[in-house]
Every structure is written in C-alpha cells, then in structure tokens.
Design a protein around this ligand. Structure first.
Ligand code: BGC
Length: 746
C-alpha cells in the first residue's frame, strides 16, 4: 500500500491559513530598526534599484578596479532597500558592508534564477512533467547555492501562473495548466530555495509570482488584460499561491496585467484582502519591473505620484526599478494621500524578510562556506536526472524506441548539435563555464553508432537529398523538431503554435525512404503537430531540457533509463483551439463524437473542423512497458486522519520491462451549485513495478479538498461524485461515490 505524502499540502485547497510564525523576538527587532529610520531611509527600503557594480575591471585591464563612489554613498545613506542583478560575491560584500556601516540595514539583492544559474536545468514547464516533488526541491536547493555565489540572496521564482493557453510565451516558465501540480511544484521549490532555515547562509529568499491569473491574459498576449470571475480566480489561480504561502514563501510579486479592469499592482482586494487577510501572508510584495509607473499606461492613475499612492495603499511594499515611491512618497504623506502607518507597515514587511534571511547577523556572503557546499559534478548529475525525468514519450510504435543496440542512427537537424538550444528562456549561464551536451554529444556518450547530417534547420532550409542519403545509410532516423527557445518566455506570445519552417517536409522525406523516424521535439510551449505525430514512429517531447539535456535525452532514447515524464499541459491539435485544458467546465451541450461526426455533432460544444480532444492530454506519457489499472474502488472514511476520500486500485505492469506508472486520481462533482470541471486532479502517486508485478495503490485526499469556492465562500457539498483512477486525464473508468451530509468537511 502506498499513501500519498501530500495530504498536508492538499489542505491548501481548503480555506484559511495560519500566518507563518514571525516570532515576537523578530518582530521586536523589526520595530527597533524601524524606529531609528528617518523618513528618507524608510522610503529607501521600499525601492529596488538597478544600482551598479562597485568594482569592475577597468577597460582593458582585468586586474584594475574602479570604485563607483556615488553608488556606494547612496547605499550607505540607505537610499536602496534592494538591488536587482547579479554582481558577484565581491561586489555583494562591498555593498553590504557599506549598507551596514551606514544605515545599518543590509540589502536584498535579487535576480531571476528561474531554472538556470551556472547549471541550467530544464525549463519549469519541463521540470513539472516529472511530477516529482523531491526533484523540484533538490533543483531549487542546488540553484540557491549557485545563486549566492553570483552575489544574490533572493530569486524571482517560482512562477505559479496557471497557463491554459499555449500561445502565451510564458507558459514555459511555470508548471502548466493544473493548480495542484503547479502548487506542489511551487511549494517544493520554495522549500528548496529557502531551506528549513532561510538564515543559514546557504539558502535564499523565494518570490512567488506573478500574483495573480497572469496566464489568463486575453488572446494569450503577454501583459494583456484578464477578465475572469472571482470563482475561477479562487478555484484555479489562487491555490498555488496559497500553497506557496503555506510553505512560507518570503516574497510575492504582483503581476503586470489588469484583473477585471484593476491592475494587480494597485489591487487592494488581491494584495490586502486576499493575500494578507485570507492567506495570512506576512512577507513582502515586490512590484514587477516598472509596474508601478506602468499604472500610467494602464490609464488608472494620473501620474507617478498617483501611481505611488495607489500601489502602496493597495499593499505593494517595494517598487522594482521605476521611481514613483522615492520621488513622491514625501509629498504624498504630507498631503495625507498616504498615511505614515502605510509606509511603516510596508517597511516592516521588508525588514521582516531581511531578518528572516539572517542578513543583519551575517550580511556578507561566506564564499568559502557556500563554495564548499557546491558540487559541480553533482549539479551536472542532477541536471541530467532532471532532463531524463522531464522528457515525455508521446508515441512509440513498432518498438522504435528504445534504440536497438548496434543500430545505425542518422541524426538530423540543426538543433541536434546545438548545446545552446538545450537551455531555455531564463538561461543565465555562460556555456563556457559549464560542461554541457547537445543531443549528438549525448548519443555518442551513450555509445550509439550515430552519423550526423544537418539536412535542415527549424525555420529554414530542408535538403531532401541530404535526408535521403543519410536515411539510406541508417537503420533509423532521429530528428530534432520544434522551435528555438528564443520564441518562448516573456514577451514571446505567438499567434501560431504549429511547427515553424518546413519541418513537415523533413518527416515526409524520411518516411519516403521507408526508415523509422524518431521525432525529438524541442520547445518551451506545447506545439500543434498532428501530422508529425502521424508520420513519426516515435515522438519524444524534450522541451528545453537544460545544459545536460543531450545526455538526458540520449539516456531515454537508448533505454538506459525509462521515460517517466507526463504532460502537465494538453497538447492542442491546432492554434485555434487555444486555450485548451483538461479541466474545462462542463457545458449544457457536451461534445458528442460519433462515426459520422468525428469533429463532434452539430449543436454540441465543438468546432466543425477539428477533433475536440487534445492531441495528447494532460497527464499523458508512455513508458517502455505497459500498465493496467483495475479493481478501482472509492469511498469516504472518517478515521484518525479526518474525513478522507480513499481511492484504491490494483496496478499491473503488463509489459516486458520494469517501469513506473504515474497513477492519477481525478474527481468530478456530479451536481454542484456552479458548473464544475469535467475532471479535476486531486492526487497522484508513482508506483515502480517489475515486469508482471501487481501492486495495490491507495490515494487519500481530505474531504475538504473536494469542495470549491463560490461567491467568496469555500463549500463542500454532500452528494454524488465520480472518480477516475487513471493513467491520464482522458482515460480510466468512472467510479461513483457519495459524500454523506453527516461527514464533517473539515
Ligand atoms: C518579469 C519578471 C521578472 C522581472 C525581473 C519582469 O519583466 O515579468 O518575471 O522577475 O522582470 O527581471
């Protein structure tokens, strides 16, 4: 029997949370510090500036150093509460020394260490596909150490935006479309970045972003407005943030966009009522880059002063880069538009994070201590493991994979030899500092008999003759498809998610030669490739697998490790169906597909020119063996663990190889006050099974997590539910169960 270890985190889906303990001693230190600050110094605490390096090589002379005196004087005077950017340990320590000698308050120094510092791990969307809490935590913990050695004590991660629309370029940066997976990943990364004790000098502050519902921007266009109901906000978009707050996240970054007309940067309902009032967050909020001054462009403030007043009054503690606070707070307080208490409270929030990070007690980085904890070889192994576990095998016919030992492989496509293209949208590494591998390197290292020919680029030429020649000399063709990572991430929304260039010609040319084709798809978003999926014998979703990606992919292709990844987004058949997500609300005219209406019967909720289903659904991923899930049973128990849904099934490895199945529990509330998702993921567990072996799997979730938010309240309704214990969000047999009105929901 296996119990899921996430009961506690699932409780995050319920209702209110206790505020993370600040401790009276810490609060006393906050008050003492606050009481000795001048008004100007208080305002300084609320600003994150770009600053500059203090020492840097004088031009042409790598040994020379130039002191940026005016910057150091500003730090000493307390004009900065924080800086953005990495400057290395030496600069960090000079800056912190100046701050301690002057105003006596160390700085938060933050940067975007999202999936890459020195070591580059798979992009978050790929990492999510591992469904592996331990991996998420270990990656964040390893990044924390490398981040400190870059001269930072804070990262702007994890990103917890639920992304339903593959057109949105930032889908690459988060955990996908599901609140539970995103929330578990976010909480695990918070634990990894911050450790059990954030002040131990080996961890950093995390920042959950972008608060909130940024991924729902209209048309999938970055920074665009969001219109959605309060119910959907609470049921879909807030849960990952609740889970991050519950995990003790130190800081939160409100998003750029407007939610139902109000920019998040000045939305007191989101920042004060929900975040602090309901969730009990007592850390610090930091605006996104220039977002306070951008309130002017939103058309919701008159000028910079108005922007500062509205943002600070709404609960935005620190302003990133723009200067509305530092330029206007003095007059705003004099005019009574911002109260002194509001300023003080914001400063308290900033100081609390600095104390929690232990910065007052050890403002400088102990590079020797941190350096001793960093093991580059272990990081490379972790990055390789992360790549292996993030890869999702979408199709595998005629046993195309794993590659047969001794098979002659023709490797095609420009990305196959391009280690830079392994990296992903928040790569901060310098390839020369880091031993990395493209796919060709990985295949060679794994002993594959491989011959590389470029033959085509993702967006440009296709040389059919080269393809024919290479395929003719090989037993099997492995080819890199997809898109370059520079087309995803921030500011990279796309109106087409089909494969760019002439990639389908490549697949057609290989098939014309009669050779099996393994398509390895790279990219930072789900792409629509139904024809490639048809033509290829095997399809491997490699995402942007990170610097060690070439090794990780090769390990999966050769069968050195089993493919384990499962999608955390749905893969659409065409751009026009976006947004597409498995947990869509039920309709009064559900789609009916039959043999005369493959796209769905008219007058049901379908398109008349494309199948309504995902090409590959959320939760889907193949392995090199097969599984059967049977004897599913569900029921409610009320024991020492409280009222819980218990779902049990027998899982058998019916194939010839050992492997692991990711057993997923989905639930639907049959009759509710509001239309509910057709299925919602409630729990999952990985089961390792030898060939022929059967294990009984048990998944438990608190009854409290079967409810939902409506009209500002969280309710659990007794009555009928349907559950699926399944391999993905589209498969499995429905099992009904009933929630008795007598069962306590808490
Ligand atoms: C992004 C944030 C990022 C910030 C600082 C912004 O443009 O939206 O995700 O943390 O820049 O680099």
């Amino acid at each position: 029997m296996r119990k899921l270890a996430t009961l506690a985190t699932l409780a995050a889906f319920t209702a209110a949370f206790a505020a993370p303990a600040g401790g009276p001693a810490l609060e006393r230190r906050v008050e003492e510090t606050l009481s000795r600050l001048t008004f100007e110094q208080k305002v300084g605490q609320l600003w994150q500036g770009l600053g500059r390096k203090v020492v840097e090589p004088a031009s042409g002379d790598m040994s020379g150093e130039k002191l940026k005196e005016s910057f150091v004087m500003d730090v000493r005077a307390g004009r900065y509460g924080s800086l953005i950017g990495k400057r290395g340990v030496e600069n960090y320590n000079i800056i912190q020394r100046a701050a301690m000698e002057g105003v006596g308050i160390p700085l938060l120094i933050g940067n975007d260490m999202i999936h890459s510092v020195v070591t580059t791990y798979p992009i978050p969307l790929a990492l999510a596909c591992s469904w592996d809490e331990s991996l998420w935590e270990r990656v964040a913990e390893a990044m924390a150490l490398e981040t400190i050695l870059e001269g930072c004590n804070w990262t702007f991660a994890p990103m917890l935006d639920i992304a339903l629309d593959a057109r949105w370029g930032r889908i690459a940066e988060g955990g996908g479309c599901d609140p539970l997976v995103t929330g578990l990943m976010g909480a695990a990364m918070v634990r990894g970045f911050q450790g059990a004790d954030m002040s131990d000098g080996l961890h950093i502050a995390a920042c959950a972003k972008h608060y909130v519902c940024y991924g729902a921007s209209l048309g999938g266009r970055d920074y665009n407005a969001v219109e959605l109901s309060d119910d959907t906000l609470r049921n879909t978009y807030l849960p990952p943030f609740r889970m991050a707050v519950d995990a003790g996240v130190a800081t939160i970054m409100p998003a750029f966009h407007s939610y139902n007309g109000v920019p998040c940067s000045m939305d007191g309902y989101l920042l004060r009522d929900i975040l602090r009032g309901e969730m009990g967050f007592d850390g610090m909020t930091i605006s996104d880059w220039g977002a306070v001054s951008q309130l002017i462009q939103h058309g919701t403030v008159v000028d910079g002063a108005d922007a500062a007043a509205k943002a600070l009054n709404a609960g935005m503690d620190m302003e990133m880069v723009s200067e509305c606070y530092i330029k206007n707070l003095a007059s705003l307080v004099n005019e009574g538009r911002v109260s002194m208490k509001t300023v003080d409270d914001a400063v308290r929030n900033v100081l609390r994070v600095k104390f929690r990070l232990g910065l007052f007690d050890h403002p400088e980085i102990d590079a020797a201590k941190v350096g001793a904890a960093v093991d580059p070889a272990a990081n490379r192994a972790l990055a390789r493991e992360a790549a292996q576990k993030s890869i999702v095998l979408l199709k595998n016919e005629a046993d195309a994979l794993p590659l047969k030992s001794g098979a002659k492989v023709a490797l095609l496509g420009d990305v196959s030899t391009n280690d830079w293209q392994m990296l992903g949208c928040w790569s901060t590494c310098n390839l020369s500092n880091f031993e990395n591998a493209a796919l060709l390197d990985g295949l060679k290292a794994d002993g594959v008999d491989v011959a590389y020919t470029e033959a085509y680029t993702l967006t440009g030429r296709v040389d059919a003759a080269e393809i024919e020649k290479a395929a003719g000399q090989a037993d099997i063709v492995v080819a890199a498809f997809g898109s370059y990572w520079e087309t995803t991430g921030e500011g990279n929304s796309s109106s087409k998610i089909e494969l760019p260039g002439n990639q389908l010609e490549v697949a057609r040319a290989v098939k014309a030669c009669g050779k099996p084709l393994v398509a390895v798809v790279f990219g930072g978003r789900p792409m629509a490739f139904p024809e490639l999926a048809e033509l290829a014998d095997a399809v491997v979703m490699a995402w942007n697998p990170g610097g060690c990606g070439g090794w990780g992919i090769a390990d999966v292709l050769t069968g050195a490790v089993e493919p384990r990844g499962r999608l955390t987004v749905d893969i659409p058949r065409t751009t026009g169906v976006c947004p597409l997500f498995y947990s869509q609300t039920t309709t009064g005219r559900p789609v009916v597909v039959n043999k005369n209406n493959p796209f769905g019967q008219r007058f049901t909720s379908c398109y008349n020119d494309v199948e309504p289903s995902a090409l590959y659904p959320f939760g889907f991923g193949l392995t090199y063996t097969t599984f059967e899930i049977k004897n599913e049973k569900c029921g409610i128990v009320n024991d020492a663990g409280g009222a819980q849904l218990v779902a049990v099934a027998d899982v058998t490895n019916t194939g010839k190889r050992d492997g692991s199945e990711l057993v997923q529990l989905y639930v639907r509330d049959k009759v509710a006050k509001i239309a509910r998702p057709r299925r919602e993921l409630k729990s999952f567990a990985r089961v390792e099974l030898k060939s022929g072996e059967t294990k009984r799997v048990e998944l438990r979730v608190p009854v409290a997590s079967l409810g939902y938010w409506t009209k500002g309240s969280y309710i659990v309704e007794p009555g009928g539910f349907t559950a699926w214990i399944a391999s993905d969000s589209d498969s499995g047999r429905p099992v009904d169960f009933n929630l008795d009105p007598e069962i306590p929901a808490k």
